[in-house]
Write a protein that binds this ligand. Structure first.
Ligand code: ZN
Length: 180
């Protein structure tokens, strides 16, 4: 098997899915996973075409472990990125690994209903919309202050409002208010 080649970080030209997968696989090599032996690489792709890599970083105090997806996302956020297109996850698991619950929640906060692509052993691939992995998500719109001041809410994206489940909830809440 050929080693995945590193890709120039934060390339400005939009990369193909294959190139993003290669970048995630390369990032996986930097994983610090002595406890689980489960190395993970990740890439977040911005809407502008840039990408940021991450790997899981474990700790002897297990609860301090940070997943590859969050490392990649936080790198991007710390560089000022706020608009995302996709997250790519690379492992060597027989079945492509979806993001854990914590990462789903954090990805939703910043990325909304983006593509989630996961590649495992021998190229086994799965793809989901994040909304399918986190139905009825709790987010800023779930907070009472946001429901009444939605127009000034800071969430950086518009994708979240595409989810039909959210609209159902919002309309149910609205009719509840109207009934009172
Ligand atoms: Zn995670």
């Amino acid at each position: 098997m050929t080693q995945p080649q590193p890709v120039e970080p934060s390339a400005t030209a939009a990369l193909s899915d294959e190139a993003l997968v290669a970048a995630a696989q390369a990032a996986r090599r930097h994983a610090y996973a002595p406890y689980s032996q489960f190395s993970v690489g990740a890439v977040v792709q911005t809407r502008s075409g840039r990408f940021y890599t991450g790997c899981n970083i474990e700790n002897a105090s297990f609860g301090l472990t940070v997943c590859a997806e969050r490392v990649a996302l936080f790198k991007a956020l710390s560089e000022g990125e706020r608009a995302f297109r996709a997250v790519i996850i690379a492992t060597e698991a027989a079945t492509p690994t979806p993001p854990c619950g914590a990462c789903r929640q954090i990805l939703w906060e910043f990325c909304g209903d983006i593509r989630v692509i996961s590649v495992g052993w021998q190229g086994a691939t799965a793809e989901w919309p994040l909304g399918a992995l986190l139905p009825a998500a709790f987010d800023a719109l779930s907070l009472p202050a946001r429901q009444s001041a939605e127009a000034s809410a800071p969430p950086p994206r518009t994708q979240r409002r595409k989810r039909s489940g959210r609209r159902v909830r919002e309309s149910a809440a609205a009719s509840g208010r109207a009934a009172r």
